[in-house]
Design a binder for this molecule. Structure first.
Ligand SMILES: Cc1cc2nc3c(=O)[nH]c(=O)nc-3n(C[C@H](O)[C@H](O)[C@H](O)COP(=O)(O)OP(=O)(O)OC[C@H]3O[C@@H](n4cnc5c(N)ncnc54)[C@H](O)[C@@H]3O)c2cc1C
Length: 313
């Protein structure tokens, strides 16, 4: 089974949907492969207040449902399948889906996103979105004047702690070693910020919370000191796990240029990859910002660049 399209979009987060909006409006009749997580990462958050036009207790699912509806309204064809294999060696490109269908396409927009690493602590699943997060920029505002803890020792953990220290009364950093991996400039800021307390040589053991009917909240984090082996707990309202993010790029190894962290490399001020006719948008090519509005923006850029490319070729 095979079919031919002008433009194939891989991924159904804000980047994929907006790439769909722009390519559909350019009359490319895009086909969008939605993948295993229809709507992308935003579907996993209960509240979003920094996406244009949405605020006041709106869930991430509502936002992506609207983006999807808009893309379908403008003519994007959605396929609830996953891409299993890509061959970008020659154009048109050959893409194989999980049901064996082959798509032959003149252009591709990759929008497969990223996913945060989780510690898989007891209590983590239960309180995810109710005080447990992997994104301080996304969820920090919900912890104004409260106490939070950041787990990790790299740049992301240090940046998260600094960001949270401007909102929260107190921020702990829990790190399993006695020195950070993060850059010295960030370390200096962290060490000189009065409301940040570093708990060296500690590993998190369990996230503790309270439940009342449908309401639940985090109340504490249990820790173990790696030297004394003593267990203790700190009272916190929010737990931010900052142990890294993994871009979804396994499919593109040996097909596209990736950086050392695995993100797709795009040309400056562009979504073009090293393969002519293949564009990348959203978190999959963004190790820095990883926000929905930016994913939507680069998705739009990819749509515009793809349309220009097809017009010229
Ligand atoms: C808990 C949480 C809360 C967040 N809160 C906010 C917030 O408040 N504000 C904000 O701006 N951002 C927030 N973010 C970040 C935001 O969700 C991301 O920046 C955004 O979703 C990235 O969009 P994307 O389109 O690049 O990729 P993603 O949303 O990651 O979507 C990737 C898509 O690719 C698909 N895919 C992957 N592999 C394949 C494949 N092989 N075949 C087909 N499809 C595939 C997946 O199914 C998915 O649909 C949050 C993230 C998390 C995890």
């Amino acid at each position: 089974m095979s079919r031919k399209v002008k433009c194939l979009i891989i991924g159904s987060g804000p980047a994929g949907y907006m790439a769909g909006v722009y390519t559909a409006r350019a009359d490319l009749k895009p086909l969008l492969i939605e993948g295993m997580l229809q709507g992308g990462q935003l579907t996993t958050t209960n509240e979003i207040e920094n996406f244009p036009g949405f605020f006041g207790g709106v869930g991430g699912q509502v936002v992506v449902d609207k983006l999807r509806e808009q893309a379908i309204y403008l003519g994007v064809e959605m396929l609830p399948r996953t891409v299993e294999n890509v061959d970008f060696r020659n154009r048109p490109f050959h893409i194989v889906l999980d049901d064996g269908e082959e798509i032959i396409t003149d252009s591709v927009i990759v929008a497969t996103g990223a996913s945060a690493r989780w510690l898989h602590l007891p209590g983590e699943d239960e309180y995810r979105g109710f005080g447990v997060s992997t994104c301080a920029t996304c969820d920090g505002n919900f912890f104004r004047n409260k106490t939070t803890v950041v787990i990790g020792g790299g740049d992301t953990a240090l940046e998260d702690a600094i960001y949270l220290s401007n909102l929260c009364t107190k921020v702990y950093i829990v790190h399993r070693r006695d020195a950070f991996r993060g850059t010295m400039a960030l370390q200096n800021i962290v060490k000189n910020t009065p409301n940040i307390e570093i708990l060296w040589n500690n590993i998190p053991m369990e996230i503790v919370g309270e439940k009342q009917g449908f309401m639940k909240k985090v109340t504490a984090l249990k820790l173990q000191n790696t030297i004394t082996k003593e267990e203790h707990q700190i009272s916190v309202d929010g737990v931010f796990e900052a142990i890294g993010v993994v871009p979804t790029t396994e499919l593109f190894i040996n097909q596209l240029d990736l950086n050392e962290q695995g993100y797709i490399i795009t040309k400056p001020d562009s979504t073009a990859t090293n393969v002519v006719g293949v564009f990348a948008a959203g978190d999959v090519q963004d190790p820095v910002f990883r926000q929905a509005v930016i994913a939507a923006g680069t998705g739009s850029m990819a749509g515009i660049e793809c349309a220009r490319f097809l017009l010229e070729n």
